[in-house]
Design a protein around this ligand. Sequence first.
Ligand SMILES: [Zn+2]
Length: 390
Amino acid sequence: MNNLTGIAGYEVISQRCKSDLDELEAVLEREPERCPYCAAPGPRSKGRYLRKVRHRSGYVRSTFLLVHTRRFWCWRCKRSFLPTLPGIRPYRQSSELFRKEVHQRHEDGICASTLAKRERIGQATVERIYHQHTELEVRKRSNRDCPRMLGIDEHTLGKKNRFCTTFCDLGNNRVFEVRPGRSEKELSGFLASLPGREKVEVVCIDLSQSYRKLVRRWFPNARIVADRFHAVRALAHHFTGLCREIAPEITRNSGLLAILRTRPGRLSQKQIRRRQELFDKHPTLEPLYLKRWQIHSLLCQKSCTAKKCRSNAKELYRHIEELQQQGFAQLKTLAKTLQQWIEPIATMWRFTKNNAITEGFHRKMKLIQRRAFGFRNFENYRLRVLAQCQ
Ligand SMILES: [Zn+2]
């Protein structure tokens, strides 16, 4: 009988099945022996007290828990009190087990209105329970000290595409904080109040100047690491743009575009033949193509020694000079970007950490936004992200 409630500390005295609900009647295993205010022994009973709360639910039936207890009175401090009931918090109309269940089901994807109908509670109650639990989870792990390795990236929220900035703890693979806005003006309030900023050693960012400035100003001891994905993407973007200029037919031919985008080692024999046909038609393309994959493999190196990093940087400088001499606008822009970011790229070779996990969390954040059908209140969004992205 004891396990029927699922909470330790109760003794079930009867179980009643009504047409559509079950009632469990229970008493406390141990009544209070001391006054909670002055710890005087032997409080007197003031009379019976019945506490009725919503408890666990079956598939179609709901369960109520009825706890028979007494109100007590202390002879020394003359105060009256109710015993603390395990698993039921003061003023709540449902047990903690029930609330946990509702939170879990809502998080599993049952929408608030369906869940409310099924559990015979209000939709607002579902929302409230969910919010309280999420807040609790966030508070549990809110050691607000800054992580040693930080990934910073932007994502958008809602239809109007408001920008938000994600601060990701790369050491523990979880989201450290999300904030509205991406400019220094919008973020400075948060950054100024962040404890342990000077302890941050590594910050991983995409190739954006505004974030770079922000990191230099607010994380004085951090080394900036360029994000590999963004560096490679910039290379691919400019190179593909140039290919489109030289050979306009590839825009309509997704197969050829895919061939140019695939690593040379991964092409099939048929693809290599098609690539050769394209090069025969546009001879300028081949040296550019080779150059692009040379730079690509250079950018993809990781965990290098300091010496290797230096030689890599020299090689990259050579590539940059060659790009500038080619005389194409696209390549000049690319050369300029690489030149500006050469130091963070050199740091990138030294480390393995990158913003891949941040991008993964962005995917999850999009799902959170979609499931909630958008957020009006940024704080609600933030709570959900912090509770679920860990
Ligand atoms: Zn007392």
